[in-house]
Design a protein around this ligand. Structure first.
Ligand SMILES: [Ca+2]
Ligand SMILES: [Ca+2]
Length: 144
């Protein structure tokens, strides 16, 4: 008789705990926060005055080179993966967005920037050293 009562009490406690757990788990505040929504905010808040790291193959050896573009002086600093030497190239200015890539298809990344103020791409071609200037995009867009 006594064991039955104890058992019944334990069962009741267990049910109560299960109920509390279920209710707690259902509360919105207890859900594990997803990192998804936070990432765009982090990117949007990125300090554009700090040098930005890009990955591209500027010397055409098939390996990405360490490269930064410094907004304060619009200069690219590249450590070539082929020989470890450094290439400095002034191209762009504060407010621009670095968008290096191989636009002329010679296997070497071209120094390139996108200017948000006029939505224009400025590309320094590796094939002949000339420039390709093309308006594409609007202020507020993000070049990709
Ligand atoms: Ca390389
Ligand atoms: Ca190129």
């Amino acid at each position: 008789m006594r064991k039955k009562k104890l058992s019944a009490r334990l069962s009741a406690v267990c049910l109560a705990l299960l109920a509390v757990t279920a209710v707690t788990a259902g509360l919105p505040g207890t859900a594990v926060a997803s990192p998804g929504p936070a990432e765009p905010r982090t990117l949007a808040a990125a300090d554009t005055s700090a040098p930005q790291r890009l990955r591209a193959d500027f010397d055409g050896d098939g390996k990405a080179d360490l490269a930064v573009w410094r907004p304060s002086n619009g200069t690219w600093y590249v450590i070539r993966s082929s020989d470890g030497g450094r290439t400095d190239q002034q191209y762009g200015m504060s407010g621009d967005v670095p968008v290096s890539g191989d636009f002329d298809g010679d296997g070497k990344a071209d120094f390139a920037i996108w200017r948000p103020s006029n939505g224009t791409w400025y590309i320094l071609r590796t094939t002949d050293g000339g420039q390709t200037i093309q308006q594409y995009g609007l202020s507020g867009d993000i070049p990709v």
